[in-house]
Design a protein around this ligand. Sequence first.
Ligand SMILES: [Fe+2]
Length: 271
Amino acid sequence: MSYPKTAIISDLHSNVPAVETALRDALDRGVERFVCLGDVIGYGAEPRPCLDIVMRICAEEGALHPFEDTPLEPGLCLLGNHEQALLETPVDFNPKARQAIEWTRQEIGNCDRDAKLRYWDFLGELEPTRCDELAQYAHGSPRRPVHEYMIPRDSINTEKMRANFDAMQRDLCFVGHSHVPAIYYDDGRLFRPSGTEGPYELATETSSKAIINVGSVGQPRDGDTRLSYAIFDGRCITFVRVEYSHEDAAERIRAVSELPDYLADRLAVGR
Ligand SMILES: [Fe+2]
């Protein structure tokens, strides 16, 4: 079976400098397909350009290279909690995240009628979880795809882990949401990458299922300022960390008076 070399990106959070750097890096590594696990918007300064990029590269029909007019393999984009907050009302959002969502809603409202419809149609059709032949994809977790966080200390919470492994629709599930890259195996092991690492075989002698958190492109939170994403080739996974200009992304946030400076400051510390 041939499986396209797939970049799995998540939590872009309106950060164009990070997104463009990630895409160039992925294409240099021979990626043919992009899957986005949601949270394209929220926090950052450029929600519309980020939506434009994802609508282009992750389209299920007619996906296109981000910088050239050449086709890509059909992609996929899922619903994140920030998209859901935009479509409905923010649930469990702190005041700063809520402020960013309200401003993002205005930004989308400020463009012409056709563009507005395109954005709302795209957002309205996002689904909480999807599968391809090899893997399930969700923003948060297999059992609660939009809202549940998978964080490293969960690896010892056997009840939570068991419920999630039982809920999986494939032996592999890719998630984002916590912004912390890791692999959770069903034999209780936890693997935390510290940089660009792999390719690692996902099937092991003692485990049959794995939940892979790919980290965040636009707002890493594991104390490392480098953007994070993963590549899956149908058998092995590679974790990727790349430097990008978080100073540039922070400047763009500071230039928007409606966005709290805290959202810029945190990019410089990876928190
Ligand atoms: Fe997020």
